[in-house]
Design a protein around this ligand. Structure first.
Ligand SMILES: *[C@@H]1O[C@H](CO)[C@@H](O)[C@H](O)[C@H]1NC(C)=O
Ligand SMILES: *[C@@H]1O[C@H](CO)[C@@H](O)[C@H](O)[C@H]1NC(C)=O
Ligand SMILES: *[C@@H]1O[C@H](CO)[C@@H](O)[C@H](O)[C@H]1NC(C)=O
Length: 684
């Protein structure tokens, strides 16, 4: 173990603010944690800010300095030249990137409408344009400048005389580096640059770890809630610069070790965590975003820390949806390094690297057509969820017996990832405001209060204290580690061979189910999805004939105004976000909160074939009229064998198409941010 700790040290795997058991140390570290914002000690302390129980999630800005209003949306032109329908605030439903005016307007709107009623902001990356224009290839300088511009906008819009007033937690996307998708392990120049660009957001004490891995956390409610910024590029299947999460030399391995150690500290301190990152852990028969070993470990970690994790938020996909991870898919044999032939490993990485090069298509974001395929895959999986996913089927006896199949009362068999659509108007620009339960935290010290205090108390030499703590903690946490809790297939008592696999402890037997599972303080209670109707705001629509090309199968989507030329000067209307829907009053979703249980039920309902089965409500209103027989079998055979195990698509069987139901169509409408009309949704 000591050797191992040394190894971790040598590779730079130092958990950042690792806080040892003694509470006074924890207090000391927390209170002396400086937030690097431009402020002076002389500034008068602002009145203590209270929590609002609300936070903002923004993702995929993709600001493009070359965007030109009324330029062409054609693929080779990308809204940079020529004449065409590109609107003043962006070309909705196209693959063009965002004009700066859209980023600007977004910040202005947030400042006017949200700034004073949110507690923190989660910003999940892709803050530079795509490399879509051969004539103007992206440069390192430009990608960083674009990120800097957005980071500075956050600071300037969210600061008072005492500096940043709420914490912002950034992460990078696969387009925030050059070439896109590819990031090797740290330290590297990108991580160094982002450590500098995000200096106002990354706690000072974690700057060093950040430069080594690109991950950090921020205590958004000191001593209660931390947001973990994960560098998902180290899990990303398309990153040809990494291999897996099994080998200790891999940055993905190191990141998961860091996460494990930190989550354990949070558990010890009675704190909770929100995880966030750019690329979500999508894993369907047709689409797998993460390397399988990374997915496996992450899912295992989340299962073991299910008492700590509040939720997991991602971007990248641009479509509004959610993902359920099933812990039944955890298979520790993936970690058995001993079983991995070295030669095979080398082969694999060579293959992957060449694949990475071949696959460096510009837009790995999904087109409507490929998105629809992906969503249909999700639905096919959801169609197979156990009936117990529905809280009240109207058959009390049957309900009681079946909870086991979903992991008990709180559905702890499953985990949830929430994916927000983008600012870049692949559909319409969006942002999402989450609400969470702050019962009992009304008077908790806020990040702002803490950061102001910490500035006054800042002491020299704290780096040494931290280092001492780090050393001891890696050791002591290793002692706590349990050997594998899960058994290898076919060999019941055998531990995984992987000497580097440390399976975290599960929650204590007496622990209450976590906030992701049972409603309690910090549980996510709902969100409101906002969108900016660019068709209305750009005010060019009258000049174009009816939209076409929406369901284009081409990789590049020219958008609804494809081929049309505006005949006038831009005359946009005032920019505004409006509510698209809210989970808190959505009549079809009928969600009491955003717990896994609520989403499991929604997923089940989306997976049903008939409206009647899909509209069953958790309160049993419609449920009472339901008969068991009206449910389809758990193992809906339908079109699921339309996919081979390797994810390649086969021809669908005749008559295998699942029928639409209202909840599914509603979900689809939201997936494309209400840009696709109902009759076209039905065709999907
Ligand atoms: C963005 O806003 C800033 C100041 O708020 C302004 O100087 C700049 O011209 C704006 N840029 C665009 C493209 O609207
Ligand atoms: C918030 O948590 C408290 C304490 O657990 C609980 O009583 C209350 O019902 C929760 N509120 C919501 C909206 O879930
Ligand atoms: C957006 O605005 C256009 C033009 O006013 C309108 O036709 C369309 O229905 C609006 N879309 C949504 C989702 O509100």
């Amino acid at each position: 173990m000591a050797l191992r700790a040394l190894g971790l040290l040598a590779t730079g795997l130092l958990p950042a603010v690792v806080i040892a058991a003694p509470a006074e140390f924890a207090q000391h570290v927390l209170q002396t944690r400086p937030e690097t914002v431009q402020q002076t000690e002389q500034a008068p302390a602002s009145p203590q800010r209270k929590l609002h129980g609300r936070f903002l999630h923004l993702t995929d800005f993709h600001p493009d300095p070359y965007y030109k209003t009324h330029s062409s949306t054609e693929e080779s032109i990308a809204c940079h030249h020529g004449t065409g329908p590109a609107g003043a605030y962006g070309a909705e439903t196209s693959d063009c990137d965002s004009p700066f005016s859209l980023a600007n307007a977004t910040f202005n709107w947030i400042t006017a409408n949200l700034k004073d009623s949110i507690d923190f902001i989660i910003w999940t990356g892709d803050s530079a344009r795509h490399d879509s224009d051969d004539k103007i290839p992206r440069t390192e300088k430009e990608v960083l400048a674009s990120n800097r511009m957005l980071a500075e906008s956050f600071v300037s819009h969210l600061s008072d005389s005492n500096g940043l007033s709420i914490p912002v937690i950034p992460t990078f996307g696969n387009n925030d580096i050059l070439p896109h998708n590819i990031m090797v392990g740290g330290p590297n120049k990108w991580l160094k640059s982002y450590a500098e660009i995000w200096r106002a957001f990354i706690p000072e004490a974690q700057r060093h770890t950040f430069e080594l891995g690109g991950w950090f956390f921020s205590e958004v409610i000191p001593n209660h809630l931390a947001v973990f910024s994960l560098n998902t590029l180290y899990f990303f299947d398309r990153n040809a610069g990494i291999d897996d999460c099994v080998h200790p030399s891999e940055p993905g391995f190191k990141q998961l070790e860091w996460l494990r150690v930190q989550l354990q500290f949070l558990r010890d301190r009675g704190m909770k965590a929100i995880l966030m990152g750019h690329v979500p852990p999508a894993r369907t028969s047709g689409k797998q975003n993460w390397d399988e070993t990374c997915w496996q470990k992450y899912t295992l970690w989340l299962q073991q820390y299910r008492d700590v994790i509040v939720g997991s938020l991602y971007g990248h996909m641009n479509i509004d949806h959610f993902i359920l991870q099933d812990t039944k898919d955890i298979d520790v044999s993936y970690f058995e390094e001993g079983a991995l032939e070295y030669a095979e490993h080398v082969q694999r990485s060579i293959r992957k690297r060449s694949q990475g090069n071949l696959l460096s298509t510009i837009h790995d974001d999904l087109t409507i057509k490929s998105s629809a395929d992906y969503l249909i895959d999700l639905r096919d999986d959801w169609a197979k969820l156990p009936k117990a996913a529905v809280r009240n089927t109207g058959n009390v006896k049957a309900d009681a017996g079946k909870k086991k199949s979903i992991g008990g009362e709180w559905a702890e068999r499953y985990q949830l990832s929430l994916v927000s659509p983008s600012i870049v108007p692949n559909y319409f620009p969006t942002l999402r405001v989450y609400e969470y339960n702050i019962s009992g935290l009304e008077n908790a010290e806020t990040w702002k209060g803490m950061s102001e205090k910490s500035l006054k108390m800042m002491t020299v030499g704290q780096g040494n204290i931290l280092q001492t703590l780090d050393l001891r903690d890696i050791d002591s946490s290793n002692q706590d580690m349990q050997p594998a809790g899960k058994k290898k297939k076919g060999d019941k008592n055998k531990k995984p061979d992987d000497p580097y696999l440390i399976i975290p402890n599960p929650p204590a037997k007496t622990a209450h189910p976590g906030p992701a599972y049972s409603p309690q303080p910090l549980t996510l209670t709902g969100y409101t999805q906002f969108f900016a109707n660019l068709t209305y705001i750009n005010n060019d629509a009258g000049d174009f004939v009816s939209p076409d090309g929406r369901l284009s199968v081409d990789r590049w989507n020219e958008g609804v105004h494809k081929g049309k030329q505006p005949s006038h000067k831009p005359k946009p209307r005032p920019f505004e976000f409006e509510v698209e829907y809210s989970t808190m009053d959505d009549k079809l979703y009928k969600m009491d909160d955003l717990t896994v249980r609520s989403y499991l039920e929604l997923a089940y309902r989306i997976g049903q074939e008939t409206d009647k089965a899909a509209l069953v409500a958790s309160d049993g209103a419609e449920g009472e009229t339901m008969q068991q027989g009206e449910y389809h079998d758990d193992e809906s055979k339908d079109d699921h064998d339309g996919f081979e195990a390797n994810g390649r698509k086969k021809k669908k069987k005749k008559g295998g198409k699942k029928k639409s139901n209202k909840v599914w169509l509603h979900f689809l409408r939201h997936a494309f941010v209400s840009t696709v009309p109902q009759d076209e949704l039905k065709k999907l």
